[in-house]
Design a protein. Structure first.
Length: 345
């Protein structure tokens, strides 16, 4: 998604500002950027009147724009242009859920007049900017193809991560935060990989499939090999997930590393003792594991009916291996697997 400094280019930032504002109309920073981009005759003086009115009424800048005819000191011409802009944004906002991401981005660029303004310039620089906007649309198309059902919000989240890498300066001497996917091709003297717990890395949704687990393992390898000198693998003893505080079992990927290559440093506090709640949870999992045996027939929400071929224990809890006809064997963590035992199993 883009090359060197791609997301720092003005036309790209303008297009993304439109998407950010349409996703969140209370985003006054994006609104200030796009309200007169391309030129609509809404100058800084008119914008200052809008901002003063918004402050006096305790409303957002967008709400002030929607009430442009009520704003004092605003000329008739400025009020009309701001109202036209507001109607344009409201119309686009209604289209956001009806269009695919690439279609919506194209509609924004066309109906806002941005593409037309670039074309009117008829210069070498303007042609380059149009090509950059086409590249942004290509990025949206690739993202949609790789993430069916994803929309503007997910695309902007992805762009924000890629933009961080786009701005990475090896000589800057600052901490760089990125995903494992975005770290491919980069190297650092020191690397911290956080969240080294079963359920985080590897991710919980991957723990029901051997193929997905292998992909998570390859991703972990990418992170490990980014470090030139020092690599730190960290995890939480307790982690809040979905409103519940859970113990974080050490990632199985750490346990796969030969001990001679690890220097273990524990920061677990002495007051972290096993509580009665922990003991009850352990008993519950033991009872859950005891309810299954090799040869049982089970039903999985995604893979349908299957046959239990093995039972095992890991530090993450009891595991069950099930052979699903036509889909192969799946290793499942019993605590989270959406399976039920069939009668007569």
């Amino acid at each position: 998604m883009g090359g060197f400094k791609f997301y720092e280019r003005k036309e790209v930032k303008d297009a993304l500002a439109y998407l950010k504002f349409l996703l969140n109309p209370d985003d006054s920073v994006s609104l200030r950027r796009i309200i007169n981009e391309p030129k609509r005759g809404i100058g800084q003086t008119s914008l200052s009147h809008l901002e003063s009115y918004a402050r006096s009424q305790g409303i957002s800048l967008w709400e002030a724009a929607r009430r442009a005819e009520e704003v004092p000191n605003l000329s008739t011409s400025a009020s009309r242009k701001i109202s036209e802009f507001a109607r344009l944004m409201e119309g686009l906002g209604r289209e956001m859920e009806r269009m695919s991401l690439p279609e919506f981005l194209q509609a924004v660029l066309e109906r806002s007049g941005y593409l037309e303004a670039m074309a009117r310039e008829d210069s070498f620089e303007a042609q380059g900017r149009l090509e950059n906007l086409e590249e942004l649309r290509n990025a949206a198309m690739e993202f949609s193809a790789a993430n069916p059902g994803a929309g503007v919000e997910e695309f902007l989240e992805r762009v924000s991560l890629v933009a961080e890498i786009d701005l990475y300066d090896e000589e800057e001497g600052a901490v760089t935060l990125m995903t494992l996917h975005n770290a491919k091709g980069l190297e650092f003297p020191v690397v911290f990989i956080v969240g080294m717990e079963d359920g985080v890395l590897p991710h919980l949704r991957c723990m029901g499939s051997m193929e997905s687990m292998q992909e998570e393992r390859r991703l972990f390898y990418v992170g490990v090999t980014r470090a030139r000198d020092l690599l730190y693998l960290t995890g939480a003893v307790y982690r809040s997930q979905y409103g519940n505080l859970r113990m974080g079992p050490e990632s199985r990927f750490i346990r796969d590393i030969p001990p001679q290559y690890l220097e273990v440093v524990s920061s677990q506090r002495p007051d972290m003792r096993v509580t009665p709640r922990d003991e009850r949870e352990a008993r519950r999992l033991d009872m859950l594991a005891a309810s299954f045996k090799v040869g049982d027939r089970v039903r999985h929400e995604k893979w349908g009916e299957g046959l239990v071929t093995a039972l095992s224990n890991s530090r993450s809890g009891p595991e069950i291996t099930v052979n699903f006809p036509g889909k192969g064997e799946k290793l499942l963590l019993l605590e989270y697997a959406p399976i039920s035992k069939l009668n007569g199993g």
